[in-house]
Design a protein around this ligand. Structure first.
Ligand SMILES: NC(=O)c1ccc[n+]([C@@H]2O[C@H](COP(=O)([O-])OP(=O)(O)OC[C@H]3O[C@@H](n4cnc5c(N)ncnc54)[C@H](O)[C@@H]3O)[C@@H](O)[C@H]2O)c1
Length: 437
């Protein structure tokens, strides 16, 4: 009797006794069978990328809006078939791995059920809807020995790898401060997305969307613009800051901020949401640096925002490409010593130390402001992140952004939101891996 494919995968891994986890073998024809849970806007980007990753095949899809399933079948072709629910994808033994790209309030429940069903998981960011969900997911994935990759794809970019290399080389001196922002001034930037004209209770499965969220009457705005509502999302912090925190933790080898203070207000888009459109946060890390995160949906003078990593010897600016700017600071105490008695001022300039550091003739080399620019080439970042996931499924080695990493980044966002709500500073419990009560 022919062995089922999955059984074959598990048997071969068991024979390779060195690997404790059930592994997927890397034979060219053995493609990882992927089910897609939540086939919305991001998921279509993921599917487009995954279709170009060797060794994986999208075989199933489920979504709470019929139009998204229809488009998936158009995009992926005959290899994919529709499933009535995520549970039916999870119980299909021929599916090895799942992409979870639902709204955030569903992530924990689906990811835990997926790993318990033996699936490896790619879960979109933020991994969690609340901080305390994080370790539940981490433990479930560890217990089931499943790979979980979280979808802040930036950490798979060559740019961030290079930035990390520059920081570790000492080129920046001591990094003491990071500033990062997301600024937008459009309705789509503020998540007021167009609603498909055929959307109605006939094509939209409202109960499936709601899941663990509070019961509410049918609402297309809530369904298609869920980021605007705290029943399903943590707004700017969980949608955007989470990417910044993932990058910061990766670049700085940091786990989590010890303290977070934030303020947020809803100034403009008042009729479309219950989350802030303006958010400012300060995060302090025990590794010895501080972070300012900010976002406005009301102005884009500095469009996109910017990302600056500031060190005592130089800074990195991330944006369209990346640049390193050497510090060009010079000592200049002229205006101070000019207030001293002139004999003391004259003596001051006789000191060899002062002559070395403060005389105008020494400024020039230090004012050079050395600049180095880096431009990424090669694979798209989402593609690279998915490739890393597929490699990890085969090798059983941790992916770039495992569940614990994803949990900590999402937790920063939850600390920000809780600080806004409770109007006080939040602290991280490094032992419990959760926010201190
Ligand atoms: N990594 C990135 O750069 C990036 C970019 C955008 C979105 N995202 C993340 O991707 C996820 C999805 O965001 P989106 O913009 O695609 O939202 P979306 O609303 O376009 O898609 C979500 C889809 O999930 C479906 N859905 C809801 N509940 C479901 C359930 N129980 N079972 C099956 N399907 C269900 C909805 O019908 C919808 O089509 C979010 O977690 C978001 O934060 C990540």
């Amino acid at each position: 009797m022919p062995l089922s494919r999955r059984h074959f995968l598990q048997t071969t891994s068991a024979l390779a006794a060195a690997a404790p986890a059930p592994a997927t073998p890397a034979t060219a024809n053995d493609r990882i069978q992927v089910g897609v849970i939540g086939a919305g806007a991001r998921s279509h980007e993921l599917m487009q990328a995954l279709m170009t990753v060797p060794g994986a095949q999208i075989v199933g899809v489920t979504d709470a809006y019929k139009g998204r399933v229809e488009r998936t079948l158009e995009r992926v072709g005959k290899s994919a078939k529709p499933y009535p629910s995520f549970q039916s994808i999870l119980s299909d033994k021929s599916i090895d791995a799942v992409v979870v790209a639902t709204p955030d309030h569903w992530h924990k429940s689906i990811v835990i059920q997926a790993v318990e069903a033996g699936k490896d998981v790619y879960c979109e960011k933020p991994l969690t809807y609340t901080a305390s969900e994080g370790m539940e997911i981490v433990r479930a994935a560890e217990k089931a020995k499943r790979i979980v990759q979280v979808g802040s794809q930036g950490v798979s970019s060559q740019t961030q790898t290079k930035a990390r290399e520059w920081i570790r080389s000492g080129k920046l001196g001591k990094v003491t401060m990071i500033r990062a922002a997301y600024n937008r001034n459009t309705a789509s930037g503020a998540w007021i997305y167009p609603i498909p004209p055929d959307a109605s209770p006939k094509t939209v499965d409202w109960e499936t969307f709601l899941g663990p969220a509070p019961k509410r009457p049918f609402s297309l705005e809530r369904f298609f613009r869920w980021r605007c509502y705290e029943d399903y999302s943590g707004g700017i912090a969980t949608d955007l800051f989470v990417h910044l925190c993932t990058t910061i933790h990766y670049l700085m080898d940091a786990k989590a901020p010890s303290r977070v203070m934030a303020m947020g207000e809803l100034y403009r888009w008042t009729t479309s949401r219950d989350v802030p459109d303006t958010l400012n946060a300060i995060l302090e890390y025990p590794e010895g640096f501080a972070v300012n995160l900010s976002s406005t949906f009301n102005n884009q003078l500095s469009a996109g925002g910017g990302f600056q990593i500031l060190g005592t010897e130089g800074s990195i600016v991330l944006g369209d490409g990346m640049s390193f700017h050497a510090e060009s600071a010079v000592e200049d105490n002229r205006w101070i010593v000019e207030s001293w008695p002139s004999r003391l001022e004259a003596d001051y300039y006789k000191s060899p130390k002062v002559r070395e550091s403060e005389m105008p003739q020494t400024w020039k080399p230090r004012l050079r402001g050395e600049l180095e620019v880096y431009h990424e080439t090669g694979a798209d970042t989402t593609n690279a992140h998915l490739s890393n996931w597929v490699d990890s499924i085969r090798s059983r080695k941790p992916p770039y952004e495992d569940a614990l990493t994803g949990h900590r980044a999402a937790a920063c966002a939850h600390m920000v939101n809780r600080s806004v709500k409770q109007r006080r500073m939040m602290e991280w419990d490094f032992r419990q891996e959760d926010i201190k009560a």
